[in-house]
Design a protein around this ligand. Structure first.
Ligand SMILES: [Zn+2]
Length: 449
């Protein structure tokens, strides 16, 4: 018995020693232990000034109408067209389908809205990171010629993003992609087919419609999340137009009707099915302190579904939402919660998941060699430092560390010990920088053209 006890102690010491001397991939960029993207669809955002007021609070350190800006990487989405908006402002016919909301082009015309240059700036700097389909089509619906016009401006003005998000309602938004009967965008025989134009602009990720109540994807075991997965599985059986995998992973491979492969992601809407409308007024009930605390303790990833523009009018964000966002900022500042845009979170997630690497020691140096990132959407390639941003390896304490991607030496940041007591090295995160000065000047002087 004593001998057995000694053996257990020796095995334990040996394995913890081996762990300290080995190299392993950390789940999240140091120092975080969970990750969140707030993913807002642009629907019903009434003006650029409204959009800017909200983004300035989320993204900058400026003094804003809501108080000190949060300086967080919280992105947003954009439309090229808004047929409903066109209808409302030109015909004022309340019977027409309406979706008040800003878009690059005026209505479905080929003229840009006067605020379009400001939206373009935010797209280029990464704070608008999602393409919320070609827009809202209320009357005549989407057509392929509109996609061609949008892709041309995307290429000429460097507006490519890598996330595409379907937009409802289904009645006339035929541009949606996926296998549901009202999604024609990837159906090669349909007049609404556009994915042959759209995907080559750089789309890697898309949202088909999957919503989840599980808090934290790819996190620790959670009985509650498992029960919710079973519930969601039966929900899908009851509604056959859209069905999804229920393994609580953030991303799945999806093959479009035209055989293109993309990464499909799910979005969290609320913890229990109550407050099912993804609107500003429900924000704190859907993503309040309790949900953030659970996400952190679950060590999961999460992309939260909302519409900041679906609010009750000026000042757009209500006090409970501001408090909930400030709590998220606090957890980010305390190094518990990484907060970044949907695009950056998804890129980190798949590059981490499909990273092929090895390591070895040579006297006082540990070499980490990245051979490739390989997956069915991006193909196989040797990543740059930018494509490795945030990647963190636990490393032996006393060794010199060299990280190579192919034959390129990648600069490293040496981190302090984290909650596991282990030291690590990271590839630098490429932080976004909010151009509030430029945009404010534009708003005040109205000099944009
Ligand atoms: Zn929408």
């Amino acid at each position: 018995m004593i001998l057995f006890g000694l053996l257990v102690i020796i095995v334990f010491l040996f394995s913890s020693c081996a762990e300290e001397n080995s190299v392993s991939l950390r789940m999240f960029p140091y120092p975080y232990i969970s990750a969140l993207a707030i993913c807002s669809d642009i629907d019903q955002t009434g003006s650029f000034d409204e959009f800017f007021a909200i983004q300035q609070f989320l993204n900058s350190d400026d003094e804003t109408i809501y108080g000190q800006g949060l300086g967080l990487e919280i992105g947003n989405s954009y439309w090229f067209y808004n047929d409903g908006y066109d209808a409302m402002i030109t015909l004022e016919d309340s019977l027409l389908p309406k979706d008040k909301g800003i878009s690059l082009f005026f209505g479905t015309s080929d003229s840009l809205n006067d605020y379009a240059p400001k939206l373009m700036k935010l797209i280029r700097v990464g704070y608008i990171d999602c393409f919320h389909s070609y827009g809202h089509f209320g009357r005549e619906g989407f057509n392929r010629q509109l996609a061609g016009q949008a892709v041309a401006i995307m290429q000429n003005e460097s507006l490519a993003v890598d996330v595409y998000i379907n937009h409802g309602p289904s009645g006339s938004n035929f541009q949606n992609i996926g296998d549901a009967s009202w999604c024609y965008g990837d159906n090669i025989e349909s007049p609404y087919y556009h994915t042959d134009l759209t995907i080559p602009t750089g789309i890697k990720f898309f949202w088909r419609g999957q919503l989840t109540h599980c808090i934290g994807q790819d996190g620790n075991f959670s009985l509650l999340n498992n029960l919710k997965q079973i519930y969601e599985y039966f929900q899908d059986i009851g509604y056959t137009e859209l069905d999804f995998e229920h393994d609580n992973e953030l991303v799945h491979l999806f093959q479009l009707d035209d055989s293109t492969k993309l990464f499909e992601f799910s979005r969290f809407i609320n913890p229990w099915g109550k407050y099912s409308d993804a609107i500003e007024n429900n924000f704190t009930r859907q993503l309040g302190q309790s949900q953030i605390d659970q996400l952190i303790s679950n060590n999961g990833f999460m992309i939260f579904y909302t519409h900041f523009g679906r609010n009750s009018g000026y000042p757009y964000l209500t006090e409970p939402t501001i408090k909930a966002l400030q709590y998220i900022k606090e957890k980010n500042s305390n190094n518990k919660l990484m907060v970044t845009t949907t695009s950056k979170l998804l890129n980190y997630y798949v590059h981490h998941k499909y990273l092929f690497w090895r390591s070895w020691d040579s006297s006082d140096t540990t070499f980490i060699q990245i051979d490739s990132i390989s997956n069915e959407v991006e193909g196989s390639f040797i990543p740059t430092a930018e494509q490795l941003e945030g990647i963190t390896f636990y490393v032996p304490e006393s060794q010199k560390i060299l990280l190579y991607a192919g034959e390129t030496l990648i600069p490293l940041i040496h981190n302090k010990k984290d909650e596991t007591g282990r030291t690590s090295v990271s590839v630098a995160w490429q932080a976004l920088s909010f151009p509030s000065g430029i945009l404010e000047t534009d708003i005040n002087n109205n000099t944009d053209n």
